[in-house]
Every structure is written in C-alpha cells, then in structure tokens.
Design a protein around this ligand. Structure first.
Ligand code: FAD
Length: 326
C-alpha cells in the first residue's frame, strides 16, 4: 500500500522512516521549504538561528536510542548551556544535570536524517483531502497529488481540524480530541547586539512573567551565529494578545525586553520576527499517543496527541508506525 503522510516535522519523519523500514511505500508532503516543522533554524550569512524548539531532552529508552544514533551520524550534539532563571526581577544561575541536545548544525538536521530514504515533496501545501470509501485523494490548488490507501496527518491540531472539517463530525472521538488540544501561539524574535553584553548565561528561563518565557544566546550553540545574538520567546498569553501585531511592532518591544532581563542598557538590531500560530501545548490534554481509525484508513500523530515537546512528537510518530505495520 502507498501511504501519504502530510507533515515532515519530527513526528511525520520518524513515522515515515519506520514505515519505509518495514517495507511500505511512503510519500511525505510538507508545505515548508525544508523538512523540520517546528524544529526550525534560519540560515544567515553568519550561521543558523533557532526560531522554534531550542533543544530537546530524552527521557524514554526508545528516544534515548534514537539520540545515540543521531549523535553517531553527527546530526545532534549535547548542548552544555549555562542556564539561569529570571524571577522576581532577578537573574540567578540554575545549573542541573539534564542532558539537552541540539541539532547540528541546525535544529532540522535530525529530521532530514530520518527522511533520507523517503520520497519527500516540499513546498506542497495539501489543501483538500477526500476519502472515497477506499482511497484518500489529496489535492493542492485543485491539482490532484495522488491516491493513497492510508493517510497520516502529522500536523498541528488546528491544521488537521481544517483539513478534516468534513470528516470530523462523523467521528466523536476526533471531535473530542480536536476540541481539547489547541496549541498556543508564540512570537519568536532574534536580537543581534552591537557590542557583547558581558552576560555569561546561555539560556534563561523566565518565570511567571507576563511577556517572556525563554531567552537563548544563539552564539552559545555550535553551528549558530558567531556574534552575540539573543532569541526571545514570548509567552502564550502575550503572543495571543499580540497575534495580529506587526513584526515591526514586535521588534520595537523586543530590545527593551532583552534589556529588562539582562539588566543593562544595550544597542541591538532585530534580525528575525517569527509568529508561531501553533507552537506548544500548555493545556493538560490527556495523552493518547496517536489516533488511528482503521475503517477510514486515517491516522494522526504529533506532539499535541502525546504531551508536547520534540521527544513526545517522535514517540507519537514512532508508535503510530508500529501500529500501521501490524
Ligand atoms: P511540526 O513540527 O509542527 O510538523 C508539522 C509539519 O506539517 C510542518 O513542517 C508543517 O509545515 C507541515 N504542514 C502543516 N500543514 C500542512 C499542510 N496542509 N500541507 C503540508 N504540510 C503541512 N520542544 C522541545 O522539546 N523543547 C523545546 O525547547 C521546545 N521549544 C519550542 C519553542 C517554540 C517556539 C516552538 C514553536 C516549539 C517548541 N517545542 C519545543 C515544541 C517542538 O518543536 C514540537 O513539539 C515538535 O517539533 C512538534 O513536531 P511535530 O512533528 O508534531 O509537528
């Protein structure tokens, strides 16, 4: 059977890789210019900047094994970051023993590594799907993309809901899943400093703050920019409130936010502003792993079904591939 997977993020990539390993014919479609989804880095003339996931951890045995393989391929490495917490207007060192990984030289490298043996169609936004009782037909701008005996949606919940708008009402379980698990937005803004700040921290977790959740010195990651640049992640509440704010206005707000956290006057230029409409899950949505409707030849995987984060997205895609290979 030929399986169509929509979404070449980490969940779709491991699902595809496992299905191919188990002898299936798979085609992956993604609307992006490269695979990776929210494991996203922008290339600049000075090195990469990570706009989405900043690092990932491995808590399960399965994903730890994957990380060992990726390290052997040279597509990830541990990130030995000097971490701090910003709380009650104070910046305090917060060392721990957690192993954090980053893609090498960019966050999407491990995703690309998984897709090496898979047919991948990029810059292809699937905007209509139709099930005729036996096969799924996929379309982009009215143009058919093919007919498939199994469809996997490895895309954020809100985007899956749009594609399945005609189908959802027939499946209570889908409707319930979609109602509960909205992903929250996040503005990501990168500031290049004109002079070194002298600050020694590499990653700062911002606690109980109205505006920010996280800052990372991109220079502290191998493969990234070489002059001091800070990536700011704005909080879900703030990002929701500013969802329709222009990138120019977000840029104006960002230097003063960086100054507030680092506690010093700074000169800098905003180089990138990216609005993630569907960034991370913050609700207590029950973990289901994945969804599979054999009678509809339809399955869904992704972080939103498995607790959020890179590791859980990977596990979701991995577990779904084992189920489809039975
Ligand atoms: P995605 O990565 O979203 O992949 C879905 C893919 O589907 C995308 O490539 C998209 O282009 C494609 N797509 C969608 N609709 C269509 C369509 N109609 N047609 C074709 N293609 C389509 N996780 C961590 O573990 N640690 C972190 O530090 C961390 N920080 C984060 C910070 C931010 C700002 C964001 C946004 C996320 C962060 N995450 C973090 C979460 C992590 O990035 C995600 O959990 C994980 O990457 C999700 O993978 P996925 O495969 O489920 O979905």
């Amino acid at each position: 059977m030929t399986i169509a997977i929509i979404g070449a993020g980490i969940a779709g990539a491991i699902c595809a890789s496992e299905l191919v390993r188990n002898g299936h014919k798979v085609i992956v479609f993604d609307k992006g210019r490269s695979a990776g989804g929210r494991m996203s880095s922008k290339r600049t003339e000075n090195g990469y900047i990570d706009l989405g996931a900043q690092y990932f951890t491995a808590r399960s045995e399965l994903f730890s094994q994957q990380c060992i393989t990726w390290q052997a391929h040279g597509v990830i490495m541990p990130w030995q970051a000097k971490l701090a917490v910003y709380e009650n207007a104070e910046l305090t060192a917060s060392p721990d023993n957690i192993v954090r990984y980053i893609g090498q030289p960019s966050m999407h490298k491990p995703v690309q590594q998984l897709l090496q043996q898979t047919q991948l169609v990029l810059e292809c936004c699937v905007d209509r799907i139709h099930f005729d009782g036996k096969h799924w037909r996929l379309y982009r701008d009215q143009q058919p993309l093919g007919s498939f005996s199994q469809l996997v949606l490895a895309i954020p919940q809100q985007q899956a809901a749009l594609l399945l708008a005609n189908v959802i009402s027939q499946f209570n379980v889908l409707a319930a899943a979609f109602a509960a698990a909205a992903l929250q937005p996040c503005w990501a803004v990168n500031v290049a400093l004109h002079q070194p700040s002298g600050n020694n921290f590499d990653g700062i977790s911002v606690k109980e703050d109205a505006a920010l959740t996280w800052l990372a010195r991109q220079t502290a990651k191998q493969g990234r920019v070489t002059t001091e640049q800070w990536l700011l992640h704005f909080s879900p509440t703030f990002s929701q409130q500013q969802l329709d704010t222009s990138a120019e206005q977000m840029a104006l707000a960002s230097l003063s936010q960086l100054q507030r956290i680092l506690g010093q006057q700074l000169q800098g230029t905003v180089t990138h502003c990216h609005r993630w409409r569907y960034a991370q899950q913050t609700s207590d949505y029950p973990i289901q792993g994945y969804l599979h409707h054999a009678d509809m030849a339809l399955a869904l995987c992704g972080d939103w079904l498995n607790g959020g984060r890179v590791e859980n997205a990977w596990l979701s895609g991995y577990m779904l591939a084992q189920q489809l290979s039975v």
